[in-house]
Design a protein around this ligand. Sequence first.
Ligand code: ARG
Length: 464
Amino acid sequence: MSQKEIPSKPWGGRFSEATDAFVERFTASISFDQRMYRQDITGSIAHATMLADVGVLNAKERDSIIDGLQSIQRDIESGNFNWSVTLEDVHMNIEAKLTERIGITGKKLHTGRSRNDQVATDIRLYLRDEIDLISAELKRLQEGLLTLAETNADTIMPGFTHLQTAQPITFGHHLLAWFEMLNRDYGRLQDCRKRLNLCPLGAAALAGTTYPINREQTAELLGFDAPTQNSLDSVSDRDFAIEFSAFASLLMTHLSRASEELVLWTSAQFNFVQLPDRFCTGSSIMPQKKNPDVPELVRGKTGRVNGHLISLLTLMKSQPLAYNKDNQEDKEPLFDSIDTVKDCLRAFADMVPAIKANKEQMYEAAKRGFSTATDLADYLVRKGIPFRDSHEIVGLSVAYGIDNNKDLSEMSLDELKQFSDSIEQDVFDVLTLEGSVSARNHLGGTAPVQVKAAVARAREALEA
Ligand code: ARG
């Protein structure tokens, strides 16, 4: 073989000049795909094990490859591994190191495999691990919400529509609404995991391989439910990354809604809740300030996660089969969404149990906006007055309350009777905030007994 100087690359054989230094950096993914080193090594060990079982490698070669890969993993984890841009990506860095370490046998690892099925396998394994971590963190947040909802099952606050006081609700009930949003997110994440959990290894570059590989075996060794069904699709499919990003966007949307409410509620104008000091920061100029930075940042980070979803959808749009280098661009948006979602969930899961309700302020606020007006209307209907008429009567009572600065529950029976003779002493059972929330006593309603029952059901489902 003629001596060429150029091919320092594993694929350098057919090249007659070295890669341009800028192009080398431009095409490399090592700066961001090195985080998949563990999955890359696990995938290679499964591949080598299978190759030995079907007779492509002998047992000695297999063991030498596996030992070499394990020692590389130890070196990476103790910080003794130099990643090289010249070697482009995590796959070639590890393979080159293996050959350097165990000699010619290292070069046999890539038999019957391509970086195309290798990277597709690595991302699925990586995302699967992260999904399991995110699921646990999401559950921790849900548990925190249930505890806080339980303690506040009878804490009364105003419920809003149009951000105007509508009807009294319990704080526990409001928190359970957050819980439901997150419960759907949890389900979506598990759905994504299910479809993700198929093994593309064996698709090789795009068409499969001529070696007698056992795809069921590698799938099983790597904890996948089964191998994927089509080699072209296997190397080019990134649906799982998009599905995860869609999950992430909806989760962030929900966290941003909760964040927005916390930001409002911690303001002096609302003063409904307190966040612990350790989740807030001050101002360098205004000494009185305690800013709700954590919810603000979570709200703000929703933007980048939504952006990554659009990036990935656009990345895949119109791509011809099978693998294209475009696909290398899947990693940064996916990884950033993973990191962002994990951090935001951690912040929320740590913060939620420490939220303190200012019960008196909430109660006073619920009294201020005539929040039991609907209850009075319903009361009059029960006394035989048609709803439209009772609506009118209550409207007049509210106008009187505005002029005299009195909530409906603060008026005397005589004051109320000016508007309808049908109003009697028992009206106060429904006009009080307690009466109002307790009356909404059905599945999904705000009555304290219903909130407690909902917490119990949710807890049971979460533990199942
Ligand atoms: N670094 C590449 C990626 O992330 C690995 C696959 C490269 N395959 C290839 N045919 N160039 O997509």
